[in-house]
Design a binder for this molecule. Structure first.
Ligand code: ZN
Length: 307
């Protein structure tokens, strides 16, 4: 079983469910130790090539490369001496990721104007500043979680410059909003080097700008994959051979590119157990939520035994 997480830390409003609180994550580690054996992800990929694996083997992975992977996650892993793989997005070191900025702007504690034009948001064919016809009603009554997912879905498929413009528009409409928590910043180069120097940590790549790779022209997808691997190999001084597809977006062509860029395995987002016949470039993962140890145990058993 491969588990996928994002942040371990203190979240503000968390509409995408990306953060597990440190005390709860520690309970996850304790329960996993009772359940089975936490192994480096490489043991699971080696098992696909015929190597033995301990009973009930579980690998831990963390996507995106957040600062709190160094400041919160690593000390917990050290306490229990457990290995993990962190997949790092390389394009905006030290910056907030767009989805966390969006979450902060749409935080229910932050008052929004009654009307904003969302129709042209992230659509290069629409006049973004014309307003009026496409105005969506916001205000106090709107379901902020639904609004978050509606906008995040559009931003997730947009090129970085359109995303940036859309966030600037939202910030102008909503007024200066709260920032995401500091732990939600992307690792800087120096922080990444420090994290990678731990023998418990394997660094994998997660592209430069976190696009949906399957939707990109092949040359752009290739650049996203190769540049992120190259940057991480330079910063860590290690052979980076793991990859994770942002937003779970992949295709046969993308997997071919990942493989020819030197990755030996890649994690996807579909929820399943790894089996003897799993494709190493399409490794499934389960995604635990921000819940405590008792619920994690039931959750794991249900997935392991298919209950
Ligand atoms: Zn990601």
């Amino acid at each position: 079983m491969i588990l996928g997480y994002h942040r371990v830390g203190t979240a503000g409003w968390d509409p995408a469910g990306l953060t597990v609180r440190p005390d709860r994550f520690e309970q996850h580690l304790e329960r996993l130790l009772r359940f089975g054996t936490v192994v480096p992800l490489g043991r699971i990929t080696a098992h696909l090539a015929g190597e033995p694996l301990p009973r009930r083997a579980v690998a831990l992975t963390f996507d995106d490369g957040y600062r709190d992977h160094l400041t919160v996650l690593l000390p917990l892993l050290e306490r229990y001496q457990l290995p993990a793989t962190v997949f790092v997005t390389t394009g905006s070191p030290g910056q907030f990721f767009w989805w966390d900025e969006l979450g902060a702007l749409l935080d229910p504690a932050h008052r929004l104007p009654d009307h904003v034009d969302l129709d042209g948001l992230c659509d290069p064919r629409a006049g973004r500043h014309e307003g009026g016809a496409g105005a969506s009603t916001l205000g106090a009554s709107v379901d902020r979680v639904r609004l978050y997912h509606e906008i995040a879905d559009r931003l997730g498929g947009a090129p970085p410059e359109l995303r940036r413009a859309a966030l600037n528009d939202l910030r102008r409409w909503s007024g200066p909003g709260p920032e995401p928590p500091g732990g939600a910043r992307a690792l800087t180069g120096a922080e990444l080097e420090e994290l990678a120097s731990s023998p418990l940590i394997e660094i994998g790549a997660h592209t430069v700008t976190h696009p949906r790779l399957a939707d990109l022209p092949s040359a752009e997808a290739r650049a996203e994959i190769e540049d992120s691997l190259r940057t991480l190999r330079r910063l860590t001084g290690a052979p980076v051979t793991g990859f994770s597809y942002p937003q779970g977006s992949t295709s046969a062509a993308v997997r071919q590119t990942v493989s020819s860029a030197g990755a030996l395995y890649a994690c996807a987002s579909q929820a399943d157990l790894v089996g003897a016949r799993s494709d190493p470039l399409m490794l499934p993962r389960f995604w635990p939520g921000d819940f405590g140890g008792g619920r994690l145990s039931r959750w794991i058993h249900a997935r392991w035994y298919g209950l």
